[in-house]
Design a protein around this ligand. Structure first.
Ligand code: GTP
Length: 235
């Protein structure tokens, strides 16, 4: 196994599957099974999931809502997705712990770094909900922050495209995919991998990012074994 401790970042939208809103139970179970495979192989897994399938702070602002208020609602949306993933994982026999950046003591533990690391060592998947607990930060930033805190060897960004391209592959058919790319080059070429805050945090802390297609069965497990999947961003 190449990666012993990973932070898996999932998008909230991906959980919608074929639906236009909310959570698709089929997709949820597919993801849970992908995670179970690497968990059974002995990989320590932490998860951060977005909330875009339920609520987006930025869009609410366009509709006239206060941005900070909208961002907090978005954090609650990530908690709903986190609870859904937790339930799906537990349902197939994977031990989990959910920690929230905003205290919700009736529902889950608060985020405590040392406890999260202990849970991982004890063979529990740890899900981090409610982003960083602060407005103006994305769940990508939360994912990078938690990955650094728990000393994950890599952040795996599961998306619906299979890596980073020279241009948007959904718009430009000549776009080519990178196998490897340096942080510098991503900056120079203005490629979109994560928002700048998240990306800079990764670069400054030497945390490699792999962007890959989470919807292709087996990808996550191949990645953890060290096979070439998606695009690796490193120093
Ligand atoms: P170890 O002591 O390392 O074995 O960890 P543990 O998580 O098994 O022990 P603990 O007694 O801390 O937790 C038992 C259960 O209670 C777990 O499901 C935790 O997620 C849950 N738990 C712990 N703290 C809280 C909390 O503040 N709120 C809620 N709702 N659950 C909590």
């Amino acid at each position: 196994m190449k990666y012993k401790r990973i932070l898996l970042k999932l998008s909230g939208e991906a959980l919608m599957g074929a639906k236009g809103f909310g959570i698709d139970q089929v997709r949820l179970l597919e993801y849970a099974n992908e995670i179970k495979t690497v968990y059974n192989a002995g990989c320590q897994v932490a998860i951060v999931i977005g909330g875009g399938n339920i609520f987006r702070g930025i869009q609410a602002e366009k509709g006239g809502m206060d941005r900070v208020h909208g961002d907090y609602m978005g954090m609650l949306a990530t908690m709903i997705n986190s609870m859904a993933i937790q339930s799906a994982l537990e349902g197939i026999g994977v031990h989990t712990r959910l920690q929230s950046a905003i205290k919700m003591e009736q529902i889950c533990e608060p985020f405590i770094r040392r406890k999260a690391v202990r849970h991982l060592e004890k063979g529990r998947v740890v899900i981090f909900g409610a982003g960083t607990g602060n407005p103006y930060f994305t769940t990508d930033t939360a994912a990078v922050l938690r990955a650094i805190e728990i000393e994950a060897s890599v952040i795996l960004k599961g998306t619906r495209v299979d890596g980073i391209y020279t241009a948007d592959p959904e718009k430009d058919k000549n776009a080519k995919r990178y196998d490897n790319i340096k942080f510098e080059e991503v900056f120079e070429k203005g490629l979109e991998v994560m928002d700048m805050t998240a990306f800079t945090l990764c670069r400054e802390n030497n945390l490699p990012i792999i962007v890959f297609d989470m919807n292709k069965a087996g990808n996550l497990s191949d990645l953890v074994k060290g096979e070439k999947v998606g695009t690796l961003v490193e120093v």
